[in-house]
Design a binder for this molecule. Structure first.
Ligand SMILES: *Cc1c(COP(=O)(O)O)cnc(C)c1O
Length: 337
């Protein structure tokens, strides 16, 4: 099977496994796991932040950030396609007791004007606007990236209104590679960033939350409350260190391959449109003889897995376990459908 369902399906490479096996470990709840301590330090430094916190999932790093920035009764401002709103089980309400102000952005990206319009003035009737959360790249937006200028404009607004600014950077390295950005610049904009190691970077498990010392100290406490305090998890952190050292630049290959697939798909009569490919995600709108589900089923019969995201959209995600020959085979098969 050639598996395009998600960039979470990757398996550790032999080099990664060897590095994991030799990792020094200790009890991380006591702060004594050297591998976790280095991963947290390395990741924070890359983003110009003071501290990091290793967690089992990106859902946990996002939810911890929301919980740490807010109080029950506050409101979180985000785009309607955001992972924190769409795919985290209602955690904003459950974990943080917050309501959500949804913005209607462009492929998951919002403007400073939209953020401003989402902030409530001081009014006893209204929830207190407390946190703005952005997503880069946008998953439901088909891997769309922000321009860094837009972050700066949004940061001005959140500063003026005393709001915290969080980034769901599950695929932040795809954006950094695509736009040739310096990761350290992100620390000047955001109060916290969630970074997934288990997506395109290819680690089996894990995400890191980065922010100020004070913020991470509070989030570490909430991580224990959430049940996310792990012990000798340095074996997993080592996979993250290896991924950051060896598996970032290659994301450019995924982006190139995603474009090639998108061009091939666009020639098929049953594909009515495709979201412009920026990074490693291709979302095609299916019409004519297939629905999204029947197209995904036809692909599956030929050994290709993709997700029918909506009744009309199929998603393909590129990652380090998809080779150029897998891509060539995929295109040959699609031409027969
Ligand atoms: C995958 C993902 C997450 C985190 O997901 P986990 O499966 O909990 O690690 C968060 N945000 C976005 C945009 C994602 O794609």
């Amino acid at each position: 099977m050639i598996d395009y369902r998600s960039d979470t399906v990757t398996r550790p490479t032999p080099g990664m496994l060897a590095f994991m096996q030799s990792a020094p470990v200790g009890d991380d709840v006591f702060g004594e796991d050297p591998s976790i301590n280095s991963l947290e330090r390395i990741t924070a430094a890359k983003f110009g932040m003071e501290a990091g916190l290793f967690c089992p999932s990106g859902t946990m790093t996002n939810q911890l950030a929301i919980k740490t920035h807010t109080q029950a009764g506050d409101e979180v401002i985000c785009d309607e396609l955001s992972h924190i709103y769409q795919y985290e089980g209602g955690g904003i309400a459950f974990n943080a007791g917050c309501s959500v102000k949804l913005l209607h952005g462009d492929r998951g990206r919002v403007t400073a004007e939209q953020v401003l319009s989402g902030i409530h003035p001081e009014d006893v009737h209204k929830p207190i606007s407390r946190l703005v959360s952005l997503e880069n790249t946008s998953n439901r937006g088909g891997g769309a990236c922000y321009n860094f200028n837009d972050f700066e404009a949004i940061k001005k607004i959140t500063d003026q209104h005393g709001l915290a600014l969080h980034l769901d950077g599950a695929r932040i390295f795809n954006a950094i590679v695509h736009n040739n950005e310096a990761s350290i610049e992100y620390g000047k904009i955001f109060d916290s960033i969630s970074i997934c190691l288990s997506k395109g970077l290819g680690a089996p498990v894990g995400s890191v939350l980065v922010g100020s010392n004070e913020f991470i100290k509070k989030a570490r406490r909430w991580r224990k409350v959430f049940g996310g305090g792990m012990r000798q998890a340095g074996y997993l952190a080592a996979a993250g260190i290896y991924a950051l050292e060896h598996q970032v630049e290659r994301l450019a290959d995924d982006h190139k391959n995603a474009k090639i697939l998108s061009e091939a798909l666009s020639k098929m009569e049953f594909v009515s449109s495709i979201l412009g490919v920026e990074t490693n995600i291709v979302i095609a709108t299916i019409g004519g003889k297939y629905t999204a589900a029947s197209f995904a089923a036809a692909l599956k019969e030929k050994g290709i897995l993709a997700i029918a995201m909506t009744p009309t959209q199929v998603r393909f995600v590129f990652h380090l376990d998809i080779t150029e020959s897998d891509l060539a085979r995929t295109i040959d098969i699609i031409k027969t459908l």
